[in-house]
Design a protein. Structure first.
Length: 748
């Protein structure tokens, strides 16, 4: 019996092994002749198909939006097969349509139609997934040795003359032709499993149907691997258009297939380049190429480094001829040091910021100096409070304020960690020695992904020197505020955060609408690349971040009530005391401990408090002498002490001592303010301290009346919300004192 059982088990193993081998033979190669596959419209002419593929040991058929599941035709490795699902089997023919949905009562919750194909005595399970609403882009290698694995093996390796097919969600051919070349691209994004690409067509074509003047040869496929929502880049480009930013990129999501393999959801987007369909300014690069002729190999020319009299370091190309007029036609990109040094032509400003000339790429010294000097004039003005120290001109003489403010808004709203450090572009048009900010680029790690906790209020303190200095200029803040109120606030609050999945205004959609459009493709992408984040949770998190960021920009960053605190780098704009510091500083009541520091956590001393009250009183003329022996005749606070003593605000410690440097306590602050209020005409009614304060009995008898007044007038709040306490002997910091003075001044 045991021998029979062993033989039976062995036969089962053999049958399973044979079945596996047969299945493997069907699935090898990825072509429609050796496996089950879907042939898109127009795909038969250039070999485009969608083949079965393994993901984590399971078989998947990732179908494009154009596939009609109720009228689906598949190419089979046999003439016919049996298809089984949910206990029901139907016979299907290779290339003949059948209704897959007839086997399912409802769409599966996870988007996977689990079916079993059987033919020639063998069977195997397949998960069929289906995108919706998106176009599909198919690449077919012309040379098997330079297929996708070759392109993915090293950034910059090119595959040439591949077939390319683009099919709409409605199964109509958008483009069918030859892809002149495709290569990997990107910086940090290149090192993710899902690779980004740049490809070039043989002829200019408007792949996005954006308009007659939008034809171009070169295109980008952004992988958005790090962005589980897949929509951060596209929503930013749509916001840029509503901000009327010149040369915002046209783009759309597509499902990408490379040699029959589903590669995921990609963003097909215009390349950032000077071109009549892109950054439509003078194309100085083409003029340089024409002037130097076909015989010049730019890569063979020497690259030299140089520092000019203005302190700008640069790397230029020696031996490049320039047209007589090279006053415009530059596309510049701020970049990190290591990336910039890999480029051909770059300069380094005096602040240490590297800027690459993306176009023209090969620049001689004269042209690079021209562009670099314009940037340096701009930077010097910004770092000097808005006025160039050498020319006396305003920073707006060197930069277009509107485009700069709009770019700043997008970078700030999104908390883009690259802001004014990398992937931040400027261009210089012809006959205009001025920078224009844009186009916007690279937002896949923005909107809460830069900081782990997604706190937009931190952005202001992680951004570059340039961004920090810019926001300290009042005219720039006003320009940012105007752009926000005129364009972006309503776009964000009324459109992007609209809960309707059908809301769309001038191309910008609500997050709910983006989610609805991307949902099926994103589900396939998540399976393909192993993303485990739930899409509902991901979009909800993005929604919460943008809502909070909008409130912060509107209520804090662009709130004029706190702008007076901006010079103090140690006063976070979102802090509980920022508005009070701003108010008291603007009124001249509080001074900083330096031009850039307020020292909010430093303790208040007694002399500081009487100095503040003296300023609040208008710094009146002083009569009489100071009776305190510990107040020097040359002390800068002497007049304030004389005034406070004369008005009965302070009585000192006795024995002729004022103790100017003693730390101020909370109850002392309350007493000083109460006496000042009475001096100003406040009612001297008797008040009591509410019973809910647990430590009321620790208030000094001489301070009770002042503390009761301060609490009842909202000057002092409890220090513990659960069990309120007064903490009368606790010390007062400068932030607390500014807040209490602010409360008094605005309520009295």
């Amino acid at each position: 019996m045991k021998k029979v059982l062993r033989i039976s088990i062995l036969l089962i193993i053999i049958l399973i092994s044979v079945n596996t081998l047969v299945i493997a033979s069907y699935e090898s190669g990825g072509s429609s002749s050796s496996t089950i596959s879907y042939i898109p419209a127009g795909g038969g002419e250039n070999g485009a198909n969608v083949a079965l593929q393994y993901v984590n040991g399971d078989r998947y058929l990732f179908l494009p939006s154009s596939a009609d599941l109720s009228n689906l035709a598949l190419s089979l490795p046999a003439d016919s097969a049996k298809l089984t699902a949910n206990g029901t089997a139907i016979d299907i023919q290779s290339g003949v349509s059948f209704d897959l949905l007839s086997l399912f009562d409802n769409e599966p919750e996870n988007g996977k139609y689990n079916v079993v194909f059987s033919f020639q005595g063998y069977y195997y399970r397949v998960n069929i997934m289906h995108s919706s609403g998106l176009d599909s882009l198919y690449i077919t290698s012309s040379d098997p040795s330079k297929a996708q694995s070759y392109v993915d093996s090293k950034k910059g390796l090119k595959a040439k003359d591949n077939g390319m097919l683009m099919v709409s969600a409605e199964d109509e051919v958008i483009y069918s032709g030859v892809m002149k070349e495709i290569k990997g691209r990107g910086n940090s994004t290149w090192f993710y499993p899902k690779k980004p690409y740049q490809f070039k067509l043989n002829e200019s074509f408007d792949l996005l149907a954006a308009g007659e003047n939008e034809k171009s040869k070169t295109w980008i496929l952004l992988a958005n691997y790090y962005d589980n929502s897949l929509i951060r880049n596209i929503l930013t480009q749509d916001l840029a258009k509503l901000l009327n930013l010149n040369y915002a990129h046209n783009c759309k999501a597509v499902d990408l297939y490379y040699d029959g393999v589903y590669c995921g959801n990609y963003l097909l987007i215009e390349k950032t380049e000077i071109d009549s369909a892109r950054v439509a300014i003078r194309n100085l690069e083409k003029e340089i190429e024409k002037l130097n002729g076909d015989d010049v190999d730019f890569d063979e020319l020497d690259k030299l480094q140089y520092t000019n009299d203005s302190g700008i370091s640069m790397q230029y190309v020696q031996g490049v001829k320039l047209p007589e007029d090279y006053s415009g036609g530059y596309l510049l990109e701020m970049d990190y040091t290591d990336r910039a040094l890999e480029e051909v032509s770059w300069f380094r400003s005096r602040s240490g910021q590297y800027i690459v000339s993306k176009s023209p790429e090969y620049l001689p010294r004269e042209a690079l100096e021209y562009a670099g000097n314009i940037y340096q004039l701009f930077e010097d003005a910004v770092f000097n409070g808005g006025i160039n120290p050498n020319t006396g001109k305003d920073y707006t003489e060197y930069v277009d304020l509107e485009s700069l403010a709009s770019n700043y808004l997008l970078l700030t709203l999104s908390q883009n960690g690259d802001a004014f450090l990398s992937s931040t572009y400027f261009y210089i048009p012809e006959n205009e020695a001025k920078l224009y900010a844009g186009p916007v680029w690279d937002y896949d790690t923005a909107y809460g992904l830069y900081e782990d906790d997604g706190d937009s209020s931190k952005y202001q303190y992680y951004c570059s020197q340039l961004a920090d200095k810019l926001f300290r200029i009042e005219s720039f803040r006003q320009a940012v505020k105007e752009q926000w109120e005129l364009y972006l606030k309503s776009a964000v609050d009324d459109v992007l955060l609209n809960e309707s999945d059908s809301c769309s205004v001038d191309g910008l959609k609500s997050l709910a609408a983006y989610k609805a459009l991307y949902a099926d493709s994103r589900r396939m992408d998540a399976v393909r690349w192993g993303h485990k984040a739930d899409y509902d949770t991901e979009i909800a998190s993005l929604y919460e971040y943008i809502a909070n960021s909008s409130k912060w920009v509107d209520g804090t960053l662009l709130n004029p009530k706190i702008w007076a605190a901006i010079p103090y780098t140690d006063v976070p704009l979102n802090s509980w005391y920022a508005e009070s510091v701003s108010y008291t500083s603007e009124k001249g009541i509080f001074n900083g401990t330096s031009s850039s520091s307020f020292s909010p956590n430093n303790h208040m001393s007694r002399y500081m408090m009487v100095s503040i009250l003296y300023r609040m009183a208008g710094s009146p003329e002083i009569e009489g002498e100071c009776s305190y022996v510990d107040v020097p005749a040359d002390a800068h606070y002497r007049n304030a002490v004389i005034w406070a003593e004369g008005e009965g605000i302070t009585e000192g410690y006795g024995n002729g001592m004022f103790a100017p440097f003693d730390t101020l306590t909370r109850e002392q602050m309350a007493v000083f303010l109460h006496r000042f209020a009475v001096l100003q005409g406040a009612n001297e009614e008797q008040l009591i301290i509410p019973e809910e304060y647990a430590d009321v009995n620790t208030v000094s008898s001489w301070a009770y009346e002042g503390v009761a007044w301060a609490i009842n007038n909202g000057i002092i709040n409890g220090v513990n919300s659960e069990v309120p306490t007064i903490d009368p002997k606790g010390t007062i910091t400068r932030a607390m004192a500014a807040t209490m003075a602010h409360r008094y001044m605005t309520d009295n």
